[in-house]
Ligand binder design. Structure first.
Ligand SMILES: [Zn+2]
Length: 397
C-alpha cells in the first residue's frame, strides 16, 4: 500500500489517543492480526509485515515508524514498525491509552511489547519462553486467538514438543510430536501485569476451537482431543471428558468438550452441547454449527444454546460456518458460489435472516465500517450503506 504521511491522520491519532485511558465512547476491537481504534485500522503491511495505521474515513495509511527514508522491511535496523529480535513476527496489536501494544513472536518465546503510538520507547511487558531441558525440546509458542475486554488482553497460544527422529535419508532430525500445551495469557493494562491464567498441560492432539469472553470476564474455550492409544496421555484434567470413536476415520474430530474459565482462573466443567467447530457467544447464548458426523467442511445446523439453562434450538439449517457477531448482528455463511468464487452470507437482525445485496464476507468491524472480503480483495464499507444495499465498499490493506 502506498505510504502517505498524513498530518490529518497524525492529528487524529494523537487527538483521539491523548485521553489517558479509553472511554466508553471509544470503539476498540482486536482480532488475530489486527485491531481497530474507532475508525482507525491497525494492521500490517502485506509486503513488509510492518505495523501501520489506516484511517478508513480519509483512506490514508501511515507506518508505525517515523524514521525518514526507512523501508520498514524485516530486520531493517531501528525500524519501529517491525518486531523485536531477528526474524521476529508480530501477530497482533492494539492501542490502549497513549500506547500501542503488540504481540511479538521470536524463536521459542511469545512476548507483549508496549511503545509510543509511532513506535518509540519500546518496552517488553511480558514474555513466555519454555526452556529446553536435556529431555525435552519445546516448539516456539504460537498465538492463535486474541480478545480484548475494557482493560485486559487475552491471548490463546500453544507450544509443542519436538522429538528426535531419522528422516527418509537416514539422517538425524527433529519432528513435532502430538503433545501440545494450549495456554491463555491475560495481560492487565492498568497494573501492567501479564500471566498465564490457564493451560491444558501437554496433552495429545489438542485443537482449541475459539476463545470467547463473556461480559463477566469468564471465558469459553473448547478443545478437541485425540485418544489414539499411541498418545495415551489421558489423566491430566478431570474437567475434560474423553470419548473414543474407533469407527471414525477422522479420529481427531470426534471428541469435543467445552469448559468455561471463571474470572478467578478456575475452569469449570460445562455440559457440552455436541460437536463444536467455531462458536461465538453473547450474554446468554453460545452459537455454533453442529456438523453432521463431525466432519469439517460439511454443513450443519446453526444451534443457539442457552449456556445458563442448557436449552437449545436450531436457528438455521444447512450452514457452513459462523462469521461472528459484528455490529451486534450475527453473520453466517451458508454456501459458496463456485462460479463467482463468493461466499453466500446471511445476517440475523431484528429477528429476521437477510441475504445482503452487497457481496462481502464480513470478518471484522470498526466503529462505522464493516471489514470483509470478496473475490476482489479485502474491503471496508460503511455499515449504513451495507444494510441499505449500496455498494460503496473500497479496498484496504
Ligand atoms: Zn521503519
Amino acid at each position: 500500500m502506498k505510504k502517505l504521511i498524513s498530518t490529518t491522520l497524525v492529528l487524529l491519532l494523537l487527538t483521539s489517543c491523548t485521553k489517558t485511558t479509553t472511554t466508553t465512547d471509544d470503539f476498540i476491537h482486536i482480532t488475530f492480526g489486527q485491531a481497530v481504534y474507532n475508525d482507525i485500522l491497525i494492521d500490517k503491511d502485506r509486503n513488509t509485515g510492518s505495523m501501520q495505521y489506516t484511517d478508513l474515513e480519509t483512506k490514508l495509511t501511515i507506518s508505525v515508524c517515523s524514521r525518514p527514508g526507512c523501508d520498514h522491511k524485516q530486520n531493517t535496523p531501528n525500524c519501529t514498525a517491525q518486531g523485536e529480535g531477528e526474524w521476529a513476527y508480530i501477530t497482533t496489536m492494539m492501542i490502549y491509552g497513549d500506547n500501542l501494544y503488540f504481540v511479538n513472536q521470536v524463536d521459542n518465546a511469545i512476548q507483549i511489547y508496549k511503545c509510543d503510538l509511532f513506535g518509540g520507547n519500546r518496552k517488553q511487558m511480558f514474555s513466555y519462553a519454555p526452556e529446553d531441558t536435556d529431555d525435552v525440546m519445546y516448539m516456539s509458542p504460537i498465538l492463535y486467538t486474541a480478545r480484548y475486554t475494557d482493560s485486559e488482553l487475552y491471548l490463546l497460544a500453544r507450544t509443542g514438543i519436538w522429538k528426535e527422529a531419522i528422516d527418509d535419508y537416514g539422517k538425524e532430525t527433529v519432528v513435532q510430536t502430538n503433545f501440545e500445551n494450549w495456554f491463555i495469557i491475560r495481560y492487565d493494562f492498568a497494573s501492567e501485569k501479564g500471566e498465564i491464567i490457564y493451560e491444558t498441560g501437554f496433552i495429545a492432539c489438542s485443537m482449541p476451537y475459539g476463545l470467547q469472553l463473556l461480559p463477566d470476564k469468564s471465558i469459553f474455550f473448547s478443545v478437541q482431543y485425540n485418544t489414539n492409544e499411541e498418545y495415551g496421555y489421558m489423566t491430566y484434567n478431570e474437567l475434560l471428558k474423553y470419548t473414543d470413536d474407533p469407527d471414525s476415520e477422522y479420529y481427531q474430530t470426534q471428541i469435543t468438550e467445552k469448559f468455561r474459565i471463571t474470572p478467578d482462573g478456575q475452569a469449570t466443567e460445562y455440559d457440552s452441547p455436541g460437536n463444536v467447530f467455531g462458536f461465538v457467544t453473547d450474554n446468554e447464548y453460545i452459537y455454533y454449527v453442529d456438523y453432521i458426523d463431525g466432519v469439517y467442511l460439511n454443513k450443519g445446523n446453526l444451534i443457539k444454546h442457552n449456556y445458563l439453562n442448557g436449552q437449545e434450538e436450531i436457528m438455521y439449517e444447512s450452514v457452513q460456518f459462523i462469521c461472528g457477531f459484528y455490529d451486534d448482528v450475527l453473520f453466517i455463511v451458508t454456501d459458496y458460489d463456485n462460479e463467482k468464487n463468493e461466499a453466500k452470507t446471511w445476517y440475523y437482525r431484528d429477528g429476521e435472516w437477510t441475504k445482503p445485496h452487497v457481496i462481502l464476507q464480513i470478518s471484522g468491524e470498526t466503529k462505522s465500517y464493516f471489514l470483509g472480503f470478496n473475490n476482489n480483495g479485502y474491503k471496508a464499507i460503511l455499515k449504513s450503506d451495507y444494510y441499505a444495499g449500496i455498494d460503496t465498499s473500497f479496498e484496504i490493506g
